[in-house]
Design a protein around this ligand. Structure first.
Ligand SMILES: C[S@@+](CC[C@H](N)C(=O)[O-])C[C@H]1O[C@@H](n2cnc3c(N)ncnc32)[C@H](O)[C@@H]1O
Length: 227
């Protein structure tokens, strides 16, 4: 069963800022840049329609709107969506499951997903859906958290993820469970080449697959173009 984000919605943004020291905003901006539309960034792109999957409270949707794109956001949590609607009023938000997207094939110019894919119950199904609704030649951009590769950093990361994050979750969100789930879900999610392999083995053909690592690899950007 999917993890329920409704209870963490009211404190989600504040906790994000604190836990990442504000880096989450920078990482999302890198995802917008990875769509490859910045060459003509001075002009708005109202016809360039982006689907923001697992949009949560709408931070990435807002960045996409600021770039001038048309944005549709979907999420499983009504409480997260309520905040997104307030934050990014020019986008269209709807309750939908990434694993069964209510859109026709090839209906979006780009698809994004920030820190959401790790929560899918069936990863391949969600990936397949995101690629199905993407137009041929469209870009899929995924941001996800990961453990750092360096063994030197690992003890510091483990201390932060296993002790500090649940403590902050308990104190600031009054929800230790959600913030114990967070590091556990990061740990068990495929990263780097393992994730790219899953992407490349999808039933939809992709090209130009690449991974970018930010902040010692604790945030990864995966991008691919649908053939
Ligand atoms: C960690 S939040 C990320 C939110 C936002 N994209 C961001 O950048 O902060 C994960 C979001 O994924 C959503 N989610 C999880 N599984 C989903 C699914 N199968 N379909 C749609 N949304 C899903 C959750 O409801 C939650 O809002």
């Amino acid at each position: 069963m999917a993890f329920d984000f409704d209870p963490v919605a009211p404190t989600y943004d504040r906790l994000n800022r604190i836990m990442t020291a504000g880096l989450d905003r920078r990482w999302r901006r890198r995802a917008v840049q990875a769509l490859g539309t910045q060459a003509s960034s001075l002009r708005p792109h109202p016809a360039f329609h982006v689907l923001d999957v697992a949009c949560g409270t709408g931070d990435l949707s807002l960045d996409l709107l600021r770039r001038g794109h048309r944005v549709t956001g979907v999420d499983l949590s009504e409480q997260m969506l309520a905040l997104a609607r307030r934050k990014a009023a020019a986008a269209r938000f709807q309750l939908a499951d990434a694993e069964a997207l209510p859109f026709p094939d090839a209906s979006f110019d780009a698809v994004t997903c920030a820190f959401g894919i790790r929560n899918f119950v069936h990863l391949e199904k969600g990936l397949g859906e995101m690629l199905r609704v993407l137009k041929p030649g469209g870009r899929l951009v995924i941001l996800e958290l990961a453990t750092p590769d360096s063994p030197l950093l690992r003890p510091f990361y483990d201390l932060y993820a296993r002790r500090v994050i649940p403590l902050l979750g308990r104190l600031l969100a009054r929800n230790r469970q959600a913030y114990t789930y967070l590091p556990a879900s990061i740990e068990s999610f495929p990263k780097g080449q393992a994730f790219l392999d899953i992407l490349q083995n999808s039933k939809f053909k992709v090209q130009n697959c690449r991974e970018q690592r930010f902040t010692f690899g604790v945030c990864r950007l995966y991008a691919a173009t649908k053939e």
